[in-house]
Design a protein around this ligand. Structure first.
Ligand SMILES: Cc1cc2nc3c(=O)[nH]c(=O)nc-3n(C[C@H](O)[C@H](O)[C@H](O)COP(=O)(O)OP(=O)(O)OC[C@H]3O[C@@H](n4cnc5c(N)ncnc54)[C@H](O)[C@@H]3O)c2cc1C
Length: 593
């Protein structure tokens, strides 16, 4: 067994829970069917198993290096991405005119899970290129699309995102990279970009850097940030590659995990850049693709959690140790550790986190399709709002739970899990990044509480409540065995609403620091209620169905309601208190030690 992601579970979520087949009724997806979805999932799974999983450990052990001239990656990375390219996966969700097959985003997100579980570092080249291409599809001029978008969709050029600088990560308002306009309409960029994944390599013909920079004389803060295309090799109007641009590798970062993709400090030295769209709109352009990029990060965290869980499960089935609690006879044979309640606890937690997060990420991806193809503008707007609200949860909560799941996978392996002979310690190290990049989880928590729940008079929050109430009502039908869960979810939802109103009203009264000081606890509360809602949906679809698969779903839901939802009153109490323990006092004792 490949132990990446359960195909059965993916199909359950896609077809039985999220009903994605209904998308094929929409004009954009009319050439698709469950059969075409199945085919592409199969192709992706095969490539992930045969070309990605096979060099995951090698990527970890032999990280990219710079020989003074070139950055070298393992040759298997290029071969795997070539297989991905030949299958047409770089362009799959794009229009026919751009060489795509107009695949729903939710299906591409689903198959993306195989690649991320198999080899998150190699998969990241494709993820970054997809994000870059989305920005250019939306905001690039026709000439820029011809020169930089099409080669990315063909998989000939790869893309990067150059936002961060050595001194400015969370706070992009402080970036220093400058872009000076030139008489020929181009710009010359100077500055440093830090942490750039895929920033230099020899895998693709060219690298298209999307760079945030400030044009001198522009407005202060984020309103003065513009977006530029800065290719590694200049590209002529006819598409031919010209000389090397002034974007230089200043050094490689040596990472804890995620090692197969080079992470670079780049120096821009009079680099030629083309402005994307209007000046000073750069951050808003980047943010329009952030939702999808953050679903990608949530999926990555989930995929590592999922594969870690499957590895731990297999280990627990085979490893014998000790006897049942009731068995006092030392002569009786040792049992597989799977039978010990504490090991089952750790496995069930991983299952609940991984399968719950997979549901959350796919739900968000389906909202992207809704936003794009809903039959009415109102429905599209509702999908947009829900997606905006849930994005920090998809990114922030999936990566918190994913890491916890990987920690438990190590624990299930005992001492062996702590060695490099097994895979789970690498999953943990790889997954540790997901709480940091694409906006740290501290920033995601603030985004959720200080921006998203109150935006447009709480419009998105109200939609979230409405959707949960719908699931609650469906779980209270006559004779429903899920009524107890529905009641508990309703209670948790009411608590969340009461706490949300309190925090927002305190902030409106001026107590901003106290209201938002515990935003991470709010992310925990909101994330827990969201997953409880999704687990209730999975339980609904599993009730009354035969077989171990559905029984497993009901047990995971039971775990979630018995052990996770219990945290809600505790978190709510902490939030209600407006606890100031984390607030920085005038005389900071913490800075004194
Ligand atoms: C392996 C890796 C790959 C990356 N890939 C890319 C890439 O391809 N392109 C790119 O542009 N960037 C990339 N990044 C950068 C990444 O997005 C940043 O590291 C991240 O945004 C955090 O910025 P920072 O490292 O400067 O940390 P800081 O911003 O200094 O944050 C340090 C700590 O302070 C907290 N903090 C900071 N400000 C606040 C605040 N206002 N309120 C509350 N807490 C706060 C943070 O949550 C964090 O815990 C990558 C990073 C890594 C490690």
């Amino acid at each position: 067994m490949d132990k990446l992601i359960s195909r059965r579970d993916l199909e359950f979520l896609l077809y039985e829970v999220l009903e994605v087949e209904a998308l094929t009724q929409r004009e954009r997806y009319r050439d698709h069917s469950r059969e075409t979805f199945k085919d592409i999932l199969e192709v992706a799974h095969k490539i992930a198993v045969e070309h990605f999983a096979t060099h995951n450990k090698k990527n970890d052990q032999q990280e990219p290096y710079f020989d003074g001239e070139k950055v070298h990656t393992n040759p298997e990375v290029k071969a795997a991405l070539e297989a991905y390219r030949q299958a047409g996966l770089f362009a799959a969700t794009h229009d026919y005119e751009l060489g795509g097959i107009q695949l729903p985003y939710v299906i591409s997100t689903a198959y993306g899970a195989f690649f991320k579980a198999a080899n998150i570092a190699t998969a990241s080249f494709a993820l970054l290129t997809a994000g870059n291409a989305n920005v250019l599809r939306k905001y690039g001029s026709p000439s820029q699309q011809k020169k930089y978008l099409l080669p990315q969709l063909e998989g000939r050029f790869f893309g990067t995102m150059c936002l961060s600088e050595p001194h400015a990560g969370s706070s992009l308002t402080d970036i220093l990279t400058r872009a000076e306009p030139q008489p020929d309409g181009t710009y010359r960029l100077n500055g440093s970009k830090m942490w750039i994944s895929g920033g230099d390599h020899e895998i693709s013909e060219n690298i298209v850097h999307l760079v945030l920079a400030k044009i001198p004389g522009g407005p202060p803060g984020v309103k003065g940030i513009s977006l530029f295309i800065v290719p590694k090799f200049l590209v002529g109007e006819d598409g031919r590659l010209g000389p090397r641009n002034g974007v230089k590798l200043a050094g490689l970062n040596h990472k804890m995990g995620y090692r197969g993709i080079p992470n670079c400090l780049l120096s821009l030295e009079d680099a030629v850049g083309e402005l994307v769209g209007e000046p000073h709109q750069g951050l808003s352009y980047m943010f329009t693709m952030m939702n999808e990029a953050r679903i990608g990060v949530g999926m990555g965290a989930m995929a590592l959690a999922y594969t870690g869980y499957l590895h731990a499960l297999e280990y627990a089935r085979g490893r014998t140790q000790g006897r049942r609690l009731s068995d006092k006879n030392p002569a009786s044979p040792a049992v597989p550790i799977l039978q010990h309640p504490d090991v089952r606890r750790m496995l069930l937690m991983q299952k609940a986190y991984a399968e719950g997060s997979l549901h959350l990420c796919l739900y968000a991806a389906r909202l992207v399709d809704e936003e794009r193809t809903a039959p009415t503008p109102e429905a599209a707007q509702q999908a947009h709002l829900l997606l905006e609200l849930l994005t920090p949860v998809v990114k922030g909560w999936s990566s918190e739970l994913g890491l916890k799941a990987n920690e438990l996978a190590i624990q299930v392996h005992g001492g062996y899990g702590y060695t490099r002979d097994y895979n789970v310690e690498q999953f943990y190290r790889d997954n540790r990044l997901n709480a940091i990049h694409e906006g740290t989880n501290g920033i995601q928590a603030l985004d959720l509480l200080a921006r998203k729940v109150g935006m447009q008079g709480g419009a998105a929050y109200k939609l979230w409540v409405r959707e949960i109430e719908r699931t609650i009502a469906q779980s209270r039908g006559p004779g429903s065995e899920l009524k107890e869960y529905a009641d508990r979810l309703e209670q948790a939802l009411n608590t969340t609403t009461e706490v949300t109103q309190l925090l927002l009203s305190k902030a409106a009264e001026g107590a901003v620091e106290r209201a938002f000081a515990n935003s991470f606890a709010y992310l925990e509360l909101f994330g827990t209620v969201t997953l409880a809602w999704l687990w209730l949906q999975q339980a609904q679809k599993s009730m009354g169905r035969e077989g171990a698969f559905y029984r497993g779903k009901l047990e995971a839901a039971r775990y979630f309601y018995h052990y996770e939802l219990d945290k809600v009153p505790l978190l709510a109490a902490r939030l209600r208190r407006l606890d100031d323990v984390f607030l920085c006092p005038e005389q900071d004792w913490l800075a004194e030690c």
